[in-house]
Design a protein around this ligand. Structure first.
Ligand code: BTN
Length: 248
């Protein structure tokens, strides 16, 4: 992992570059990183603010031997490696909001993960996992509506950070976690994820395109789905949606 790094000072989005590179046969473990993105993208077609030098903006090309339905496990695994990195370097206690946002205990978000899968006939061609970690921003770097919910490592710790060394720490953490997962499977990742789980064991509202549900968040399923417990005690798996957070 990271043997080949494609670095740009400025690009539209490292996700777009990574897809192009993967289609041109760039191999497993290639990293695409930029100092600045002009159209960084988040989940659900949202914008990801990626000002120059203010955060870690990177995308990884992976070619795992996995059936496509297990791809969500890769997202959860990435979140665990990122949360471990943040807690190790900064002595803070991050939380993971299912499936893949990293929050601090004030519930403000400092990182997001975007997994994009290219599969054909039930086989993964490649996966691009994008990570955006807010590092050195001040609140005023974001528009008002985002300021309420966003934070950076610098805001939380009152100091400036060197992005390059955070990236190295993360990549080595990710590699270990990924290799371990490929040998031993998901159960250890699931345990590590649950130790960081935001609102785990609590009553949550979860919203997706079709419905809003209220239930107890009781854990992560073996395939990476969100496991909820309904009022009648029945367990159910959800594969998409957003947990309520700042009333959103
Ligand atoms: C989210 O929380 O919605 C996911 C955010 C993912 C942002 C990262 S920054 C690097 C990579 N390039 C992008 O355009 N998006 C991801």
């Amino acid at each position: 992992l990271g043997k080949k790094v494609i670095h740009r000072e400025m690009t539209s989005s490292t996700q777009i570059l990574a897809h192009q590179a993967a289609k041109q046969n760039e191999g497993h473990g290639t990293i695409v990183v930029a100092d600045e993105q002009t159209t960084g993208r988040g989940r659900m077609s949202r914008t990801w603010h990626s000002k120059k030098g203010s955060g870690m903006w990177l995308s990884m090309i992976l070619k795992p031997e996995l059936p496509p339905y297990l791809a969500p496990q890769l997202t959860l695994l990435t979140a665990v490696a990122l949360a471990d990195t943040i807690s190790e370097i900064s002595n803070t206690k991050p939380l993971i909001k299912w499936p893949n946002d990293i929050l601090f205990s004030n519930q403000k978000k400092c990182a997001g993960i975007l997994t994009e899968l290219q599969a054909e006939q039930d086989k993964i061609q490649y996966v691009v996992i994008g990570i955006g970690l807010n590092v050195n921003q001040e609140l005023s770097d974001w528009p008002d509506e985002i300021q309420e919910r966003a934070t950076s490592l610098s805001i939380e710790t009152n100091k400036q950070w060197e992005i390059q060394s955070i990236m190295q720490h993360f990549l080595s953490e990710f590699e270990q976690t990924y290799d371990n997962y490929m040998v031993k499977g998901f159960s250890e990742i699931k345990k590590r994820w649950e130790a960081y789980g935001f609102k785990l064991g609590e009553l949550i509202t979860i919203q997706n395109l079709h419905e809003t549900r209220r239930a107890i968040f009781s854990g992560i399923a073996e395939d990476g789905a969100l496991l909820i417990k309904n009022e009648d005690g029945s367990l159910e798996k959800l594969y998409s949606g957003e947990i309520d957070w700042f009333n959103k």
